[in-house]
Design a binder for this molecule. Sequence first.
Ligand SMILES: C[S@@+](CC[C@H](N)C(=O)[O-])C[C@H]1O[C@@H](n2cnc3c(N)ncnc32)[C@H](O)[C@@H]1O
Length: 398
Amino acid sequence: MFFVNIMKLLIPSASGIEAVVKRQLNSLGYPDTRAVNGRVAIDNCDWTDVARINMFIRSGERVLVSLACFACPDFDALYDGVTGIEWGDVVDRYGKVTVVTKAVNSALFAHHSIQSVGKKAIVDALNKKYGRVEETGAEYRVELDITDDVCTVNLDTSGAGLHKRGYRTLNYDAPLKETTASALLDLSVWNPDKMLTDLFCGSGTIPIEGAMKALNIAPGANRHFAYEQWACTDPKAYDVALAEARDAFTPRKLNIVGGDVNPKAVEIANFHAQQAGVSEYVKFNVRDARQFVTRSAFGVNISNPPYGERLGDESSARQLARDMGKLYRTLDNWNFYFLSPIDGFEREFGRRANKKRYIFNAGIKCSYYSFNGAKPVKHSEKSPSSTRVYSIGNQEKT
Ligand SMILES: C[S@@+](CC[C@H](N)C(=O)[O-])C[C@H]1O[C@@H](n2cnc3c(N)ncnc32)[C@H](O)[C@@H]1O
């Protein structure tokens, strides 16, 4: 087994949600994390940690093992640095190595050349150990990240990106990445005791991720990972993580509703909810967001409404923002969250957001707007019936 107990892991995420990934890692039992070039790093990990993080992290994109880090001003340094790694301890005789590159603010910037020098260095090192490598077996994806003339060599243990949970198998226009949807939930005030809506649910990602989170369904329980095929890993690590995932499932009552004007979207969302194992916890309706009515005094809506660049024209996207502002003003105690790239969204909505964060969605810089509702005040004294009593301003509600 390779690197037992001393691996440094890197968890990349979409720009703008690194802090969410850090908090998710903390709650998975990894308090000592730090941000490195937009990735979250954790030291002293073993294969159990690799398996657990792949299984449970909701907003990280991958789990990488950092193999080496060296100054890389030119191609000689790149070749020497890469061949210096004990590749024979990592890649088996039949391993198929794929090299991907990243180059930021460095003398080496031509991806194709970095890729071919890197690959040659790895194959030369493997040939030295095995004679001739055959590349017919398991895939090892190696990332060469050259930033500020320093090369970090990372091994990708995830394979397919972690947004691929396995439940979203039907195509739909402009879906949100599952990892981003999960981050939007974490950045909201929603908790499973509150109603959650997505009035523009498309293929259902936000409601489904909300239900999975509330029910403690591990995002990786329905898929496999690249590391499972490797000889260098602990062969029990995946099974241990899967057993932990199965134990974690906690059924509970939820009030989660998705709506979309497009019946096809609702059909797809229902299918995805079924695949994710949450169909009895989430309802999807064909409905125009502007017709939304609810009996729930408190609730949270999280949506990425359509916008010009990817769906429809910009003026109707702006009109929808105005209509959502009107709807929000009729729902005093609701929190509304929108992810949108539209300039002047707040102006259209008719109110300055309580908070605005930048998040990249499909390579487009978006803002995530939080429009708060009136805060429920929880009285510390219990009412005679022991039910919670909330008051809004001076008006009491039970
Ligand atoms: C960007 S997509 C949402 C994608 C979704 N988050 C997902 O992950 O699949 C926007 C959705 O809003 C829907 N839509 C457009 N106008 C609407 C309206 N007036 N009321 C409800 N849904 C609407 C579109 O049909 C589309 O599915």
